[in-house]
Design a protein around this ligand. Structure first.
Ligand SMILES: Cc1cc2nc3c(=O)[nH]c(=O)nc-3n(C[C@H](O)[C@H](O)[C@H](O)COP(=O)(O)OP(=O)(O)OC[C@H]3O[C@@H](n4cnc5c(N)ncnc54)[C@H](O)[C@@H]3O)c2cc1C
Length: 372
């Protein structure tokens, strides 16, 4: 099916890696992104060996590694700040680190630049208002009134996917877990050279992003999904950390002062148990399997989806067999990540058994090391 014309809806992590993967296979690619400024918020993301392997397959590993901070262990702490386990993490590409912490903006720049260099056409400030699939192709009417026709449409438009709503109006919708996450950037202390994960009711992590920078995430129970006014975010985040006994965390908490720098997000998930495509339109990434971030694998799954979908589209004779093969290769792995991440979340909330973080992390590393 090479040389066919593909529309990707959503210029986020999954949309951009799809664009790069499909261009490498010879497809003509257009990406539309709703946000006219194509901006990304300013904290970071953790990515493991499977993502580093995927970035090598996408041909952008050196730019990617240079934009982040590579590390080879995860250290687990109890709330008092005592280290209880240091888990070495498997390298899947021998000459590179086994994990990367990377700023979301830095990752977006690498992926956005590479998408454009690869020859994909990126159009900003646009959504697809009508998708008319007549079996031979999809006629798309855009929000600016323009229209065009494509062989394939990929919905990579995230948790609240408009494409999912269009092709599967009855599909399950995102669910709030009862937990939220607070994030904030700090100068990186010398000793934070890997992920520091603190166990307990308030889950805390310190993630190196560069020589100069790290970010902290804090997961908190938020029954009823309260709304926090922007001008209270820094003080609210400090309050959430007030009872944490670790002196190091207390010291960091005291320097959370900028409301505009706090990134607060209620944690939601969605997983489509049924089909992932309808005719010539297929879903990918958070649009079809959005996880809570407890295993740091949501974006990893979106990136792997991109590689698998491009491979199957290049190899198959028609969309139906490509999309069926794509879902078959992705379903169990993505479901494992969503379920295992939710289990940690629900354990922290007392909605399920408390999950041992070190054990869950070890298991996840083994699973994602398997080939995609
Ligand atoms: C708090 C938190 C922490 C996380 N931490 C990690 C982590 O450490 N490691 C990890 O691997 N993953 C992490 N994730 C998950 C990760 O962010 C997502 O899995 C990943 O961003 C999914 O990529 P995506 O391309 O599917 O969706 P998105 O990144 O959401 O991109 C969707 C894009 O589509 C655009 N869009 C939306 N609607 C439309 C429309 N109608 N038309 C056109 N464009 C549209 C959006 O503007 C956006 O650019 C975390 C998630 C959360 C919530």
């Amino acid at each position: 099916m090479e040389h066919q014309k593909v529309l990707i809806i959503g210029g986020g992590i999954g949309g951009l890696t799809s664009a790069i993967a499909l261009r490498r296979k010879g497809f003509a690619v257009e990406v539309i992104e709703r946000d006219p400024t194509w901006s990304v918020y300013g904290v970071g993301i953790i990515q493991q060996g499977n993502v580093i392997r995927a970035m090598a397959q996408l041909g952008l590993i050196d730019d990617y590694i240079e934009a982040g901070f590579g590390f080879d262990h995860v250290e687990i702490f109890i709330p008092t700040g005592q280290s209880v386990a240091k888990i070495p993490t498997p390298k899947l590409v021998p000459e590179y680190a086994s994990n990367v912490g990377i700023g979301r903006r830095a990752l977006h720049k690498v992926l956005g630049d590479r998408t454009i260099e690869a020859g994909a056409n990126v159009r900003l400030g646009l959504t697809a208002e009508i998708l008319d699939d007549d079996g031979a192709g999809v006629s798309v009417t855009f929000s600016d009134g323009s229209s065009d026709r494509y062989d394939i449409v990929i919905g990579a438009d995230g948790l609240y996917s408009q494409t999912r709503e269009t092709i599967f109006p009855e599909a399950s919708r995102p669910e709030f877990t009862g937990q939220s996450v607070w994030r904030y950037n700090f100068p990186r202390p010398q000793d934070v050279t890997g992920l520091h994960a603190y166990e307990g009711k308030t889950g805390i992590g310190l993630v190196p992003l560069s020589d100069a920078l790290m970010y902290m995430y804090v997961t908190t129970p938020e029954p009823g999904n309260p709304w926090y006014a922007k001008e209270t975010l820094a003080s609210s985040m400090r309050v959430k950390l007030a009872d944490v006994p670790s002196p190091k965390i207390a010291e960091l908490a005291s320097s959370i002062t900028e409301d505009a720098e706090v990134v607060y997000k209620p944690l939601e998930w969605v997983f489509l148990e049924g089909p992932w495509h309808n005719g010539r339109i297929v879903l990918l990434g958070d649009a079809v399997h959005a996880t809570t971030p407890h295993l740091g694998q949501g974006a990893g799954m979106a990136i792997e989806d991109s590689l698998v979908l491009a491979e199957e589209l290049a190899a198959a004779a028609d969309c139906e067999s490509a999309f069926t093969a794509y879902r078959a290769r992705r379903f169990d792995r993505c479901k494992y990540i969503v379920d295992a991440s939710k289990a940690i979340c629900f354990g922290q909330l007392g909605k399920g058994p408390l999950i041992d973080n070190a054990t869950a992390t070890r298991e996840m590393f083994m699973k994602v090391a398997e080939p995609i």
